[in-house]
Ligand binder design. Structure first.
Ligand code: GDP
Length: 486
C-alpha cells in the first residue's frame, strides 16, 4: 500500500501540517491524503530519528514499520549509571594528608579475594557500606595542579585537611584556591583533634573568614573532625564523602568506549612503560587499544591497587595498565582507538602536528614573535598570562606570588596555574605547552634537556634571581599582551 501523509505523520508522531510543510519545502505539493515516495519517506523518517523499514512481500510493498532510531544522546542518557566519587586530599605540609590517606586505606580496602598486597599506584579504592570511593593517593596538590593545568577534571570532591593545632596555613589557602577554581566540591577535615592545643573552633572561625563557613556554623561546608593518628572520625568522613557524592549525582556510561585520565606513569624494568589511569567513561578492558597524545597502548594487562589482575575497569576505577609505547604524562586524557594500528596512527599524527607547530615557531624571524604562547594568546584574545612557577624554597613561592599578585591590571589577568618548589622540569614544559603558559623559575635551575624541549614546544621560560627583576619582566610581558602587533 502507498504511504499516505496523514498516516505517516501519525507514525512519526508529527502534526500532519508540519510534515506537509516539510515535504513542500522540498518542492512538493503535499496534502493530507497525498502519497509519499518511498525514498522521500525514508529521508524524512531519518530526519526525525526514525528508521523506515519497508517490507516487500511478493511484488507490492506490503507493510511499513516505523521504528525509533537510536538517538545517541538519548542512548547515552539511558546508559548513565551512578559511579564512585573521585576524591583528592589537599592541605598544608605536615597537617596529616599522608596519614589520613594511609588510615583510610588500611581500614577500608575493597574486599576481594585474599592475597592482595598494597601497591602504590597513585590512586586506590575503598569500600564503605557496599559503595566504592576512589582516592588519589598523591598527597600534596602537585598532581592535582598538574591535572588541572591540562584542563583535566578528574576529582569530584576535595578533602581539605587542616590541623586543629595549626589552623589555616599558606598551603591550605593555596589548596583551597585551587579547589575552588577547579570547581570541585569541598569537605574540610579538621585533623589532629587528639593533640593538646587542638582548637576546632579556631579552624571554623578561619573557615568563616574565608567564606566557607562550616555547616554547624550556618554555612554549607561539610566539616569533619578527625584524628588520622587514632583513626577517629574516619568513618564519618567517608560517610560525608558518600553523602556529597549523592548530592552531586555522579554518573557515567559504563557501556561507552573507555576514556579517562592518566594519574601517573613510570617505566618498569620487567614490564616496560606502565601508567595508572582513572577511567572516567566506559569500561576499559584488556585488549583495548588506547591513544594518549603521542603515546599509545594495547592493554596487555591491568592491575588494581592491590596488584591483582583485572580484566575490566568500569568508571572511576583506578588501574595500572601495561602495554604502553612510552610513558604518557600525568593529567593527560586517553581514549579508545579502533585497534592497535589506529592508536599508533593517531599518536603519529599528533607527533607530526607537534613537530609542525615547533618548526613553524622555530622558523619565525624574531625572538619575541617566535613565542607561540603570545601568538596564541593574541589570537584568542584571552588576555590572561598563565604562569607556572618554580622556586628554590616554599618561602620564595609566597614572595613571588605576592609580587605577581600585586601587578594588577584590569586588562590582563594573571593566573598562576601551578607553583612548586624544585627544578624546572620537562614535565613543566609539557604542562606549559598544554596550558599555553609561561614558566618562571626563581632561584632555581633547569633540568637537563629542558631548554631544547621548550624550544621544541614553543614554551617560554624566564629565570630570575632577583625579585624586582622578575616583577619588571612580568609587567613588561603583560604589557606585550596588550600590544596588538604581537
Ligand atoms: P602531610 O605532610 O600532610 O602528608 O602530613 P603527614 O601525614 O606526613 O603527617 C605529619 C605528622 O603529623 C606526622 O608525624 C604524623 O604522624 C602526624 N600526624 C598526622 N595526623 C595526626 C593526628 O591525627 N594526630 C597526631 N597527634 N599527629 C598526627
Amino acid at each position: 500500500p502507498p504511504i499516505i501523509v496523514r498516516d505517516f505523520a501519525a507514525a512519526l508522531g508529527l502534526k500532519p501540517f508540519k510534515l506537509i510543510s516539510e515535504l513542500n519545502q522540498q518542492g512538493g505539493f503535499a496534502s493530507m491524503n497525498s502519497t509519499i515516495e518511498e525514498a522521500v519517506a525514508i529521508a524524512v523518517a531519518e530526519n526525525h530519528n526514525f528508521i523506515l523499514e519497508i517490507k516487500h512481500r511478493g511484488e507490492a510493498a506490503e507493510k511499513k514499520v516505523v521504528q525509533e532510531k537510536a538517538d545517541p544522546e538519548e542512548e547515552e542518557k539511558r546508559n548513565l549509571e551512578s559511579r564512585p566519587p573521585v576524591v583528592c586530599i589537599l592541605g598544608h605540609v605536615d597537617h596529616g594528608k599522608t596519614s589520613l590517606l594511609d588510615r583510610i586505606r588500611s581500614a577500608n580496602v575493597v574486599s576481594g579475594e585474599a592475597g592482595g598486597i598494597t601497591q602504590h599506584i597513585g590512586a586506590y579504592q575503598v569500600e564503605k557500606e557496599g559503595r566504592k570511593i576512589t582516592f588519589l593517593d598523591t598527597p600534596g596538590h602537585a598532581a592535582f595542579t598538574k591535572m588541572r593545568a591540562r584542563g583535566a577534571h578528574v576529582t569530584d570532591i576535595a578533602v581539605l585537611v587542616v590541623a586543629a593545632d595549626d589552623g589555616f596555613m599558606p598551603q591550605t589557602d593555596e589548596a583551597l584556591k585551587h579547589a575552588q577554581k577547579a570547581g570541585v566540591s569541598l569537605i574540610v577535615a579538621i585533623n589532629k583533634t587528639d593533640v593538646k592545643g587542638a582548637n576546632i573552633d579556631q579552624v571554623k572561625t578561619q573557615m568563616q573568614q574565608r567564606n566557607i563557613a562550616a555547616e554547624d556554623w550556618g554555612g554549607e561546608t561539610i566539616t569533619v573532625p578527625v584524628s588520622a593518628l587514632k583513626g577517629e572520625g574516619i568513618d564519618t568522613l567517608l560517610e560525608m564523602i558518600l553523602l556529597q557524592a549523592d548530592m552531586l549525582e555522579l554518573k557515567a556510561n559504563p557501556k561507552a568506549e573507555a576514556s579517562g585520565i592518566i594519574v601517573e606513569s613510570e617505566i618498569d624494568f620487567g614490564r616496560g612503560p606502565m601508567a595508572t589511569v582513572i577511567v572516567q567513561r566506559g569500561t576499559l578492558k584488556v585488549g583495548d587499544a588506547l591513544v594518549c597524545g603521542t603515546h599509545y597502548a594495547r592493554v596487555r594487562a591491568m592491575f588494581d591497587d592491590q596488584g591483582r589482575n583485572i580484566k575490566a575497569a568500569p568508571p572511576s576505577t583506578p588501574v595500572r595498565i601495561i602495554g604502553w609505547s612510552s610513558t604518557p604524562d600525568s593529567g593527560a586524557t586517553f581514549r579508545t582507538a579502533k585497534n592497535a594500528r589506529d592508536a599508533e596512527d593517531q599518536a603519529e599524527t599528533e607527533r607530526l602536528r607537534i613537530r609542525q607547530v615547533a618548526t613553524r615557531a622555530a622558523s619565525a624571524p624574531k625572538e619575541v614573535s617566535v613565542d607561540q604562547l603570545f601568538a596564541n594568546i593574541a589570537a584568542t584574545q584571552a588576555r590572561t598570562l598563565k604562569v607556572i612557577l618554580k622556586t628554590d624554597v616554599f618561602g620564595s613561592t609566597e614572595a613571588v606570588r605576592n609580587v605577581l599578585e600585586s601587578i594588577k591590571s584590569d586588562k590582563v589577568q594573571l593566573d598562576i596555574i601551578a607553583a612548586e618548589v624544585g627544578l624546572v622540569t620537562k614535565n613543566d614544559v609539557l604542562m606549559a605547552s598544554a596550558a599555553k603558559a609561561l614558566v618562571i623559575g626563581f632561584n632555581t635551575k633547569l633540568e637537563n634537556g629542558v631548554t631544547s624541549m621548550a624550544k621544541h614546544h614553543g614554551v617560554r621560560i624566564e629565570s630570575f634571581e632577583l625579585i624586582y627583576e622578575l616583577g619588571d619582566k612580568v609587567r613588561e610581558l603583560m604589557a606585550d599582551l596588550l600590544d596588538p602587533d604581537l
